[in-house]
Design a protein around this ligand. Structure first.
Ligand code: HEC
Length: 125
């Protein structure tokens, strides 16, 4: 009996809290939450709401690195793919400056992982 009751409690818990997780945050993007919110709020990293199609380094209230502050590109599939694979090298390529630096770590996301993450970012409007 106890086990049964516990099982129901767990199912209820999953139904009440789990859906949000399975909706949006169960894919490779969940690791981003360590530093980013998927809303406007800035944490260690800038809020990612609306980041797809936004000019890099322009989320209000975030203290970007010099490299992103002066960025002249818009986040699209191509540069996000580079960024998610290796931000510290791609910042050099994107800025054309060998000394450019970013605090966003290297994630080595590629293939399906990168696709899923980018598709997810597109939904953050
Ligand atoms: C350890 C912390 C950390 C994690 C984890 C992290 N980021 Fe970041 N991210 C940052 C920081 C810090 C910046 C700002 C870098 C700068 O100013 O150079 C940033 C910047 C970005 C930007 C540029 C935003 C803009 O407004 O130009 C994007 C896009 C981004 N991150 C996506 C992601 C995604 C997607 C993930 C998950 C795969 C992720 N980040 C995981 C720390 C992190």
């Amino acid at each position: 009996m106890h086990i049964k009751a516990g099982g129901i409690a767990i199912i209820t818990l999953l139904l009440s809290t789990g859906f949000q997780i399975s909706d949006a945050q169960a894919g490779p993007e969940k690791r981003c939450l360590a530093c980013h919110s998927f809303a406007d709020k800035n944490n260690m990293g800038p809020g990612l709401k609306g980041v797809f199609g936004r000019k890099a380094g322009t989320h209000p209230g975030f203290e970007y690195s010099e490299s992103l502050k002066n960025a002249d590109w818009v986040w699209n599939e191509e540069n996000l793919r580079k960024w998610l694979y290796d931000a510290p090298s791609s910042i050099k390529e994107l800025t054309g400056d060998d000394k450019a630096k970013t605090e966003m770590p290297k994630y080595k996301y590629k293939g399906e992982k990168a696709d899923k993450t980018i598709n997810f970012l597109k939904t953050l409007k």
